[in-house]
Design a protein around this ligand. Structure first.
Ligand SMILES: [Zn+2]
Length: 444
């Protein structure tokens, strides 16, 4: 008989982790857990959580303990080491990211109906860029509606400062986890999917910068290098308007073109480095400006974004590791992604249709290479692109979202709705010296 996946989570694995890590999170990062809402709840049920930082799965595990959960994780994890074997023992439900995956649905069904267990899902499927939520796919609402079990949300806070996607190590910060009830067992029966989606989105909403301001804790990088890697998120200079020329070194983020520079202070906000600094006070606000400009840029019919790249894949049937198989140019336009280059020396073209590409993963792949990848998940293999200039990866990802809102919205008015989310709005003004270029006028 074929082995049935997913397996029940292996309790000793969770216990070992709890024994060794829980104290560290409590002592060093002031972890507090409020699990009142879920205390009396017997499984089966679904838990969703907002994915902010590197350690989210661990904190969700601690929040649910002694109840164990089967996490839905991105399929390629099973090809990585040691996460592959560990995630298998933990009973992970592997899923193709961002596209419907019937095997994952069956896996979740098995956990909920046969094992009477708990399924934990992060709708965003990868951790955030700027301390505020990412767009997530509409299909999650359909999935949740299907199972007719109670749904809870674990709201995480502070995880962005502790260990975000462009850092290799943890920073000192404060973290918090709280459980809230989202839907009762039969509450979703007559609810339109759109309403379920919007409620999930709002309940997963977070703003780590607001959390930091409320709690007033300090964020300090162990090597005093809080700005290191920030150019992977902040790619546009607010003074000269140039893109992909930013660089983070030590506590300073600056533009290589015009030398505009800001300092990251110990509340993880930006402050001017000198009288010439042109800035806003957080990554979240800076990225809100970038998104607003992208929204305008992708409205143009001839929009196109390209970059030379290397291409890698995980082969089906192969256990671990990735393989480079060519190099070429990756282009995104209103039709989708196109790769023109080589495949083991032979000229080839790959095409990922916009209609079937609701999102792409942009990954730091800690432990593999300290670079960001663009990841396409598919049924046969995962294709990974390493762009020549990796600071472009986030722009590719965000442009894809706006193109999707424009050409293939999941519901009417999606673009307007997404743009009205608090984290997407920049309603302040650019601070500091008078900018050399008015980026809003130049780009809109
Ligand atoms: Zn500049």
């Amino acid at each position: 008989m074929k082995k049935q996946n997913p397996r029940k989570p292996f309790r000793p694995l969770v216990q070992i982790f709890k024994l060794f890590k829980e104290k560290m999170f409590i002592k060093k990062y002031g972890l507090t857990i409020d699990r009142q809402a879920i205390k009396e709840q017997k499984p089966p049920y679904i838990v969703i959580f907002n994915h902010i930082g590197y350690d989210d799965h661990l904190i969700v595990g601690l929040t649910l303990y002694p109840q164990l959960a089967n996490f839905m994780v991105v399929k390629y994890v099973k090809h990585t080491f040691p996460d592959g074997p560990l995630s298998y023992l933990a009973g992970s439900i592997y899923k193709d990211r961002y596209i419907p995956d019937a095997t994952a649905v069956l896996g979740a069904k098995r956990v909920l109906t046969e094992h009477k267990g708990v399924v934990a899902i992060s709708p965003a499927a990868c951790y955030c860029f700027d301390g505020t939520p990412q767009y997530f796919d509409y299909s999650i609402a359909k999935l949740i509606k299907m199972f007719k079990v109670p749904v809870f949300a674990i709201k995480l806070h502070g995880m962005y400062f502790m260990h975000n996607r462009f850092r290799k190590d943890r920073q000192n910060a404060k973290i918090k986890s709280e459980v809230v009830k989202v839907f009762g067992e039969n509450e979703m029966t007559n609810m339109p999917v759109e309403q379920i989606y919007k409620k999930l989105y709002d309940i997963c909403d977070f703003n780590d910068f607001a959390f930091q301001e409320e709690e007033g804790f300090k964020v300090t990088a162990p090597k005093n290098d809080a700005a290191k890697g920030m150019e992977y998120i902040i790619y546009k200079c607010l003074n000269c308007g140039e893109e992909f020329e930013m660089k983070g070194e030590g506590n300073v983020l600056y533009c290589k073109k015009c030398q505009n520079a800001v300092k990251v202070n110990d509340s993880y906000h930006f402050e001017p480095l000198n009288e010439k600094s042109v800035y806003v006070d957080s990554i979240a606000k800076w990225n809100a400006i970038q998104r607003r400009l992208i929204d305008a840029e992708t409205q143009k019919d001839d929009f196109s974004l390209s970059e030379p790249c290397e291409v890698y894949h995980y082969k089906k049937g192969k256990r671990y590791g990735i393989k480079r198989y060519g190099q070429g140019i990756l282009t995104l336009d209103k039709n989708g992604f196109k790769y023109v280059g080589t495949d083991y020396g032979i000229n080839t073209e790959l095409f990922f249709e916009l209609k079937h590409t609701p999102s792409i993963g942009v990954e730091t792949t800690v432990g593999v290479k300290n670079k960001m990848y663009i990841v396409f998940d598919g049924n046969d293999y995962v294709t990974r692109f390493i762009l020549k200039n990796m600071t472009k990866a986030i722009k590719f990802q965000q442009c894809l979202q706006y193109l999707r809102y424009k050409y293939y919205p999941d519901f009417e008015g999606q673009r307007e709705w997404m743009n009205s989310r608090p984290s997407r709005i920049f309603n302040g003004r650019i601070l500091g010296a008078k900018p050399k270029t008015d980026i809003f006028n130049k780009n809109q």
